[in-house]
Design a protein around this ligand. Sequence first.
Ligand SMILES: NC(=O)c1ccc[n+]([C@@H]2O[C@H](COP(=O)([O-])OP(=O)(O)OC[C@H]3O[C@@H](n4cnc5c(N)ncnc54)[C@H](O)[C@@H]3O)[C@@H](O)[C@H]2O)c1
Length: 292
Amino acid sequence: MKVFKNKVAVVTGAAGGIGRAMVEKFVSAGMKVVLAGINGERLDCVVSDLRKQGAEVTGIETDVSRSDQVAVLAEKTLQRYGAVHLLCNNAGVSYNSRSSWETPLKGWEWVLGVNLMGVVHGIHAFLPAMLEQKSEAHIVNTASTSGLIMNSYAVPYGVSKHAVVALSESLHLELESRNASVGVSVLCPGPVNTDIVDASHRNLPAEVTPAELTAEESLLEEAYRRYLHQGLSPEAVADQVLSAIQEGRFYVFTHDYHKAIETRMKNLLEEKNPEPSPPNPTLLNIIHSISR
Ligand SMILES: NC(=O)c1ccc[n+]([C@@H]2O[C@H](COP(=O)([O-])OP(=O)(O)OC[C@H]3O[C@@H](n4cnc5c(N)ncnc54)[C@H](O)[C@@H]3O)[C@@H](O)[C@H]2O)c1
């Protein structure tokens, strides 16, 4: 997709972090943007800020894990703007560091419901209209480097993000085989300076038991929170997303995780057992500084 001016974008999880940065980037490129998010009040604040700066934006409260709500998001977007040229399925949550068998099933359902089904719902609700328009369009699905390398912590998160990478790759192939004018990118960020840890606690549904973390798990969570705060700015991620859309580039990697990806791929090809990624020195330093 080359032309952005006066085109229509929809971004989910748009009230903060990477989502908000993408919205601002698309507005500067001259787009009209629909912001979707689970918290109406937070969304209203962002929308009113952006309108004060002259942006053409609309906020629609949407829980992406609910197919009916995403269908309404698509209906309202099309009613208001008549078309959708860019869809960013970005909303996501993280959830404690318990083992796969100790993570409550409701927790698994929540993470997969938002991170994976949220993307499925977006594609279902918007893609038919995007294909019918016959004008250039693009879908960006937010996965993670945790969608490329598996670890033994935050397992439901990693599983959901691997599924988003797989779904995006399939979608790209499906659309190419139909010569469709809709491109696909999958965004796989490394650490980005956002409040995802706290936002995820805030968004935890009532039926999902908050994890009772052990002292060690609490320390790890605090270290991870601080680690992210030293990460790349959401604005830098949004810059890369815009370039990838312009170039029709599928993979958007914000950090160099090539070594870890190569190790995983080599193990697969040589039928070797999975091995853990080497410890992250920055994270280790933070852990030491907290526990001192
Ligand atoms: N921050 C990082 O280091 C990092 C790294 C890799 C991938 N990601 C991914 O980037 C995306 C954006 O995360 P972020 O870091 O900007 O965090 P964030 O918490 O600032 O943004 C996520 C947004 O999604 C919203 N959300 C949560 N549940 C929702 C639901 N059911 N329906 C609609 N919206 C919902 C949240 O309210 C929040 O506004 C996520 O998919 C995340 O997994 C982040």
